[in-house]
Ligand binder design. Structure first.
Ligand code: C2O
Ligand code: CU
Ligand code: CU
Length: 492
């Protein structure tokens, strides 16, 4: 039943886009593939590597090669032969050492998204480039009070980020709780999207889709299409969800189950509240507690309208499904049956999150996110391309856009002047939400990606503590980041 409705949704989405002149290549997988994704297979998890004695040391080899995607043979990018790459399980205070080997035909590098670690030297330094055939030794030192939660790693070489993630380069990082929360299962669910041509290769993406932010028609959880999760009734499961899609928003719903939201990104709530749906912008994570109820439930990414530029066409085979049924995508199916398990143990009391809303700020800044016609749009180089800017400028690694005094608290207002949403991401330092379009959250909310709605504004506060050095902020629609919507921050 699920496979059929999912395929119909894809086909309808694809046909909807066909009427709007998206490049035919974008429809290749949907309309000509003779091997539809395998759905309903038991969920698998990426290999897990755990730190011991305060250290985790590993090699990550980035390479193009054969692997299974959606249960079918594919040729894609992976770390250590798989997509997602291995899940890294760490503790606060650990040292993480990664030797990145680049077996790609182009430069790459590594970013540990959301980790509060130094951006300098061989730390979380996105200005490092690792050339084909070369390797680089990263070292990340997590502070002793690093927040527990789910994070992720991915390439960050400017101009190639979207292609390399769409190709399959990403993996999860878990920082364990000092006192584990009682749960029958602790699952990492990495959601990604891509498109494969009939030969199983990841397709190329034309400029119009880059400007919109590409959405792949093949939406995967841990590399599988709508896998099956089996559980006993009355158990608490912990689902750590990562939105590793280049541009796709995930409006998560799990009808028929009792779901609580423990955290978004590193922002743990003091009391996990029941939720009906959770919106994850690209880059966001959700830490969910699911108390199982007998029956079958579909974990769904419901349709979300993130806007578009006037005259701008499709996002990919399924993304521009405004004329389709808008029924969204089935990510996974949860089947709960059997003898009810003993009810889950009570959650330990959780610490109250920090709250910067009443402190004195050292500076207030504005960041203007804009998507407009580039100077070359009337002819010549760049014709037909739009410029994606922050405060009127495209990214330049050699320019420092924002200088902040180490140790200070600042208030940043991010203003979106375009008719599409942009998810604003800051490296190293988490942001506390102060307001979204004038509305303030009831409880302290800490995120490293905050969605700035179309023609809207978001205000955040940031404590620039613990580290100095150069880092970045950008739109986490990674096509927009590659097109220039990124700035350099220096804390000193
Ligand atoms: Cu997940 Cu600068 O990115
Ligand atoms: Cu990041
Ligand atoms: Cu954007």
């Amino acid at each position: 039943m699920q496979p059929l409705s999912r395929r119909n949704a894809l086909l309808l989405g694809g046909l909807g886009v066909a009427g709007t002149a998206v490049g035919a290549a974008g429809l290749a997988w949907t309309l000509t593939s003779r091997t539809p994704p395998v759905t309903g297979a038991a969920l698998t998890h990426p290999a897990e590597l755990r730190s011991a004695g305060g250290t985790l040391a590993l090699e990550l080899e980035a390479a193009r090669g054969p692997m299974q995607l959606a249960g079918r043979p594919a040729t894609a990018l992976g770390y250590n032969g798989g997509s997602p790459g291995p899940t890294l399980r760490l503790r606060a205070g650990d040292v993480l050492r990664i030797r990145l080997r680049n077996r790609l035909a182009e430069p790459t590098n590594l970013h540990v998204h959301g980790l509060h670690v130094s951006p300098q030297g061989n730390g979380d330094n996105v200005f490092v480039a690792v050339e084909p055939g070369a390797s680089f030794d990263y070292e990340y030192r997590l502070p002793a009070d690093h927040p527990p939660g789910v994070y992720w790693y991915h390439p960050h070489h400017h101009g190639m980020v979207a292609d390399q993630i769409f190709g399959g380069l990403f993996g999860a990082i878990v920082v364990e709780d000092a006192d584990p929360l009682p749960a029958a299962m602790d699952r990492v669910l990495v959601v990604s999207d891509t498109d494969l041509d009939p030969a199983g290769n990841v397709r190329g993406v034309p400029p119009a889709e880059r400007m919109a932010g590409r959405e792949g028609g093949l939406v995967l959880v841990n590399g599988q299409s709508n896998p099956l999760i089996s559980a006993l009734p009355g158990q608490r499961e912990r689902w750590r969800m990562v939105n590793a899609c280049v541009a796709r928003y995930l409006r998560l719903q799990l009808d028929g189950q009792s779901t609580q939201l423990l955290a978004i990104d590193s922002g743990r709530f003091q009391s996990p509240a029941p939720v009906h749906e959770v919106l994850l912008a690209p880059g966001n994570r959700a830490d969910l507690l699911v108390t199982t109820v007998a029956g079958e439930s579909v974990l769904r990414a419901a349709y979300y309208d993130r806007g578009s530029m006037p005259g701008m066409m499709g996002r990919g085979p399924a993304g521009g499904d405004t004329t389709g049924p808008r029924r969204g995508v089935a990510l996974a199916t949860l089947q709960v049956s059997g003898e009810p398990a003993a009810g889950p143990a009570a959650l330990p009391s959780l610490p109250a999150p920090a709250d910067l809303r009443r402190v004195t700020v050292a500076a207030r800044r504005q960041f203007l996110l804009a998507a407009g016609m580039s100077p070359g749009a009337m002819g010549g180089a760049g014709a037909g391309m739009m410029a994606f800017t922050i405060n009127g400028r495209e990214f330049d690694a050699a320019r420092t856009d924002t200088t902040v005094a180490a140790g200070s608290v600042e208030e940043w207002t991010v203003i979106n002047t375009s008719p599409m949403d942009h998810p604003f991401h800051l490296h190293v330092w988490p942001m506390q939400l102060v307001s979204v379009n004038g509305d303030s959250p009831a409880l302290p909310a800490w995120q490293d990606v905050v969605n700035v709605p179309a023609n809207g504004r978001v205000t955040v506060r940031v404590a620039f503590k613990d580290f100095t050095g150069k880092s970045a902020y950008h739109c986490h629609i990674l096509d927009h980041e590659d097109l220039g919507m990124m700035g350099v921050l220096e804390v000193r």
